[in-house]
Design a protein. Structure first.
Length: 140
């Protein structure tokens, strides 16, 4: 998911002027914002009808990566650390052939895309709020 919003360049310039402290602000605020989005993705994940564990609680915010260009990247969902507990959610997203009868199973196809779009506004709002709060703490 790629996000952009107005005014970010001014905030980013202030953060860059703070040096290493600014980098920490960006990373911390970004991770906290992704955690807000994670809650929505977990709510939208397919649920088991019998009440058994469904793996949604095992979805996670992945490692945050910072690039030399100043860009930050992070993901929500499934990665190698939680694959075994969440792989069924991956297969539900794309659909799969049932192992017993060979029928194509597709009732939840695209659920992760829908969950990502639903969480986008929350992540953006939270990111702006978190970065500004961290800046206020430092600049006071």
């Amino acid at each position: 998911m790629s996000l952009e919003f107005d005014g970010w360049e001014d905030i980013q310039n202030t953060i860059e002027n703070l040096g290493d402290i600014g980098k920490k602000i960006n990373t911390t605020a970004f991770k906290n914002s992704l955690k807000e989005g994670l809650k929505i993705v977990q709510e939208k994940a397919p649920k088991a009808k019998d009440g058994s564990t469904n793996g949604a609680e095992k979805l996670r915010v992945g490692k945050i990566k910072r690039y030399k260009s100043g860009s930050i990247w992070g993901g929500i969902g499934i990665d190698k650390t939680n694959w075994e507990a969440t792989k069924h959610l991956y297969f539900h997203h794309y659909g799969y052939e049932h192992y017993k009868n060979g029928k194509r199973i597709t009732p939840y196809t695209g659920w992760m895309d829908e969950a990502t779009k639903a969480s986008e506004a929350v992540v953006l709002g939270s990111l702006e709020k978190n970065v500004l709060e961290e800046l206020d703490k430092i600049l006071k």
